[in-house]
Design a protein around this ligand. Structure first.
Ligand code: GLC
Ligand code: CA
Length: 564
């Protein structure tokens, strides 16, 4: 075997304390994201709910995860899949009651599974009492000051205040009708019109979110995922309004002075949240969804702030050894610099499932909307290749220091369902971007069984159409199959739990096998991934797990093995 090289020291063994119940539980946790409306439906109305989650608590336990992260469970008009929150301190009646929520926490905690909920602070839903009050109240009133209302330009204020484009397209301004029936002011929404942006200069807004995080922490919630964490504070001073179009990171400034995103003062908010989180024992954890330049991520992950920040680098990384190597190095170093641990993410409720992405040619991967619009998009997917690479990629990151976020359904090796007719689409991005891409595919309800009207999702139908191939891709089938992806995930998480050690890796170089990525953890746990096309002779040791059969000691292409 080649000599080990490039020691990369992440954290210090001496203060390593991965103990159950310790404050550091999150550092190398496996967090399973549940999109509640698509997980399990207990009452047959086609919408997944809290009692559905409770009914699957043993399943969650069988996976071996450390925590679940629930996408928003709050009352919502569902203009953006629940990310339009109408009441931050309640449960959507379609999902259940606060009592159901409490029972869910208890059932999951009893199984050693922690619970992370989603906080959506950039905007509320348009049915939020505050926004409704703002609509009823006059221009310049305290109620309007909780949001971002401005007069339009032009003689009759008929021209929108700026050319700002919403993330979902086209414009970020919507004009209201004043209480007296006349056309009135405009309000800003970085997302859909049903998602008015809060004014974070308003002290009432700040107070209210502190109340919200106390409310859920008091109920036993262990952590928070903070939606669009980089957008809260905006520079709208002196009547200045951003003109820039889009939500494109290449346009965002790197130095905290951008008008819209990642402004330095946003961290004052998170510092105040951290104080509240630290009032609890154990302290509550938080992870930022911050689409910022990688060199700015550390601020969100600081111990005085949220503590951890999503790294989305792997979402766009093609199946390429060099690219994986540099991304991993970068992420580990960046997280270590501020005492946090990194996060590994391949799939979530916003992106095309990674089993499908890895089956696409690189050209399609670099322009997913173009691929999505193309008439032959399904023909471009190499399903088998995508499946193999997705499994290999996930096993690779599970062996790395840091926490891994899994998304419901990926444990089945699930492809993106692509058969949803336009009239059944729900994603505002689909409608407001004229069909360039939809996030509904990854939100199709979970298949639990081979038969039944919604493949075991619930006793009724499903709120998005499920593909016929779910009869072969579901929990029931894979549960019985020792070689299924479901059992691969279960084995991996079980083995991993015993192997977790200091947050450190050492790369092992193979000059004669340029497409092999190989690293070691301090306790001798090794991970080898074959990005190439030829089988690779594995180093000596016990094979703990392999995503494809190892023949004559050789790891096939597009596969990962763990060795000790
Ligand atoms: C985040 C969510 C996404 C939502 C958006 C607006 O990016 O992950 O689903 O549409 O914020 O809240
Ligand atoms: Ca239901």
């Amino acid at each position: 075997m080649d000599a080990a090289s490039d020691a990369l020291k992440i954290g210090d063994m001496s203060d390593f304390k991965f103990l159950k119940g310790s404050e550091d539980w999150w550092r190398q946790a496996v967090v399973y994201q549940i999109y509640p409306r698509s997980f399990a439906d207990s009452n047959g109305d086609g919408i997944g709910d809290i009692r559905g989650i409770i009914s699957r608590a043993d399943y969650l336990k069988s996976l071996g995860i450390d925590a679940v992260w629930l996408s928003p469970h709050y009352p919502s008009a569902l203009a953006d899949g629940g990310y339009d929150v109408d009441d931050y301190r309640n449960v959507d009646p379609r999902l259940g009651t606060l009592e159901d929520f409490d029972e869910m926490i208890e059932q999951l905690h009893r199984r050693d599974i922690r619970v992370i909920v989603d906080i959506v602070p950039n905007h509320s839903g348009s049915n939020h009492v505050w926004f409704q009050e703002a609509l009823r109240s006059p221009k310049g009133s305290p109620a309007r000051d909780r949001y971002i209302f401005r007069d339009g330009k032009g003689e009759n204020c008929e021209i929108r205040p700026s050319e700002l484009v919403s993330h979902f397209g086209p414009t970020a301004w919507t004009r209201i009708t004043e209480p007296d029936g006349t056309p009135g002011q405009w309000y800003m929404h970085l997302f859909a019109p049903e998602q008015p942006d809060f004014n974070w200069d308003n002290p009432e807004v700040r107070e209210d979110f502190l109340k919200t995080i106390r409310f859920w922490s008091d109920r036993g919630v262990d952590g928070y995922r903070i939606d669009v964490a980089h957008a809260l504070t905006k520079n709208l001073a002196n009547g200045h309004l951003p003109e820039r179009t889009g939500y494109d990171l290449s346009l965002v400034k790197h130095d905290g002075s951008d008008d819209l995103f990642d402004r330095d003062e946003v961290h004052e908010i998170y510092a105040s949240w951290r104080k509240v989180y630290n009032e609890y024992d154990p302290p509550r954890v938080a992870v930022a969804e911050a689409w910022v330049h990688a060199n700015r991520r550390a601020r969100y992950a600081s111990t005085e702030g949220l503590g951890q920040s999503f790294a989305f680098d792997l979402l766009g990384t093609p199946w390429n050894k060099k690219r994986f190597h540099s991304t991993i190095d970068y992420q580990l170093k960046a997280a270590a610099e501020n005492g946090s641990s990194t996060t590994w993410v391949f799939s979530n409720h916003d992106v095309i499932r990674h089993a499908t992405r890895f089956g696409l040619p690189e050209s399609a991967l670099s322009n997913l909307p173009a691929w999505y619009r193309s008439a032959d998009r399904e023909k471009q997917i190499n399903v088998e290749l995508g499946f193999d690479r997705a499994r290999a990629a996930t096993m690779l990151v599970l062996a790395l220091p840091g926490s891994t976020y899994l998304y419901q359904g990926e444990e089945l090796g699930m492809q993106e369902p692509l058969n949803i007719p336009s009239e059944q689409m729900q994603d505002p991005q689909w409608f407001r971007s004229e069909g360039s891409i939809s996030r509904d595919g990854c939100r199709v309800p979970m298949p639990w069984t081979s038969t039944g009207s919604s493949f075991g999702f619930g006793p009724g139908g499903a709120h998005l159409p499920q593909p016929a191939w779910f009869k072969d891709v579901n929990v029931e089938v894979q549960d019985k199959d020792g070689k299924s992806t479901l059992n691969l995930y279960r084995n991996a998480l079980r083995i991993r739990r015993d192997l977790l050690c200091a947050e450190e890796i050492k790369w092992v170089k193979h000059p004669l096998a340029a497409d092999v990525l190989h690293f070691k953890r301090p306790n001798g746990w090794q991970c080898v991934t074959n990005f190439g096309t030829k089988p690779f002779k594995l180093p000596k040791g016990q094979i703990l797990l392999a995503t494809k059969d190892v023949v004559d000691g050789k790891l096939p292409a597009n596969a990962t093995a763990w060795i000790k």
